[in-house]
Design a protein around this ligand. Structure first.
Ligand SMILES: [Zn+2]
Length: 175
């Protein structure tokens, strides 16, 4: 049976936005992230992260650096009782013609195929309009932008909800 999923952007949603973050020392979880994820799990959602990592194409850090910080991040989630089912990343730069870099929907569509997700019942939580565009393209209508990351142009957003941070998502994701 298809599963409902919470798709999270990483920088600005899971952790405080730092330009081209690649060291765990710079990785600071957003307040309430673990609590929110436990809540989503209890509602029966699987949790998937989809993140643009153009710092790899730009050679600011390596694929290996990225994998190291990802493993560390996943261990912190695990230690808090949370299973992140998968983390998809796009390593390409803005000039790439890849299908994965948001606002393209590639990472969402790959996740859908791999994990049999029900996009109609799934949610996207991002901090940038490109997250909303990519999710919409992939068939996800339930979108939230949070103010804990990039500055959002709220009057020009197609997000269904704009909230201060993921902590407040409990107020709009209720089933
Ligand atoms: Zn890509």
């Amino acid at each position: 049976m298809p599963k409902k999923a919470i798709f999270l952007d990483r920088d600005g949603v899971v952790n405080k936005e730092v330009n081209y973050l690649f060291k765990k020392e710079d990785f600071e979880f957003i307040d309430g992230i673990f609590d929110a994820c436990i809540y989503f799990q209890n509602l029966g959602y699987i949790i998937i992260i989809v993140t643009n990592q153009s710092g790899i194409a730009r050679k600011y850090y390596s694929e290996n650096d990225y994998q190291t910080v990802t493993k560390w991040m996943l261990r912190q989630f695990e230690d808090n009782g949370i299973e992140i089912l998968n983390v998809f990343h796009c390593p390409h730069g803005p000039d790439s013609t890849c299908d994965c870099r948001k606002p393209k929907p590639g990472m969402f569509l790959t996740a859908k195929d791999k994990h049999n997700t029900d996009m109609e019942k799934s949610w996207l939580i991002g901090d940038n309009e490109i997250d909303v565009i990519a999710a919409n393209e992939a068939g996800i209508d339930n979108t939230i932008l949070v103010r804990s990351g990039h500055r959002i142009d709220e009057s020009n957003s197609n997000a269904r909800f704009i909230l201060d941070s993921i902590q407040q998502a409990k107020q709009v994701i209720t089933e």
